[in-house]
Design a binder for this molecule. Sequence first.
Ligand code: SAH
Length: 222
Amino acid sequence: MVNKRIDGIGMTSQRTRERMLMRLREQGIRDEMTLAAMSEIPRHVFVDEALSIRAYEDVSLPIGFGQTISQPYIVAKMTELLRAGKTLTKVLEVGTGCGYQTAVLSKVAQEVYTVERIRPLLMKALTTLRQLKLSNIKLENADGSIGLADFGPFDGIIVTAAASHIPESLMQQLAIGGRMVIPVGVDDQLLHLIERTSEDQFVTTKLEPVKFVPLLNGVKKD
Ligand code: SAH
């Protein structure tokens, strides 16, 4: 039963997923490793069964607790930006949500740390990621705006909730030569790319407008 759900049929089949891939190419995604990862990961298993027929549309969908799974284009764009054509060794994701972006990252990085403040969401993501037998992922129920100092530095940090400002602790947990992709802003949000070029130098590039749920403080246990 589980495998049948993973394999998918009709609107959740590999063919539908390949159409999503074609659309991503049309939208300008060029990184083959990112595209291969998104071809491999079944997006429909990360949303409730009733919504799974919409899983390959280019839309964000509700995942409970007022949170959303990001649209495929944004997942692809952020992964491509983070990779910049290189293999990532250690990545931190802030905002696990349903775990879809995490799963995609697990295919392009050696090790993925992901942090979610809402515990029940994290537990659900853990179950899904286990079903897919992705083993290079570590999940933590914590406030990701302060990062995961014990496990850094990271050569990639991806934040999937919008920050009002770029958290200083995340900057400090970026390895030299590392990259962070983060949506910044309250009403009008812009995707930012931050590259750490030396111990005390960071280069920030403002990219396209995006729409994310807010990055909040503290941990929610239930
Ligand atoms: N990457 C996810 C996106 C989920 S939405 C996906 O594809 O499903 C963003 C998530 O960030 C939400 O689940 C929200 O609870 C979480 N979040 C917000 N602020 C956070 C914080 N400070 N630390 C950890 N997670 C946070």
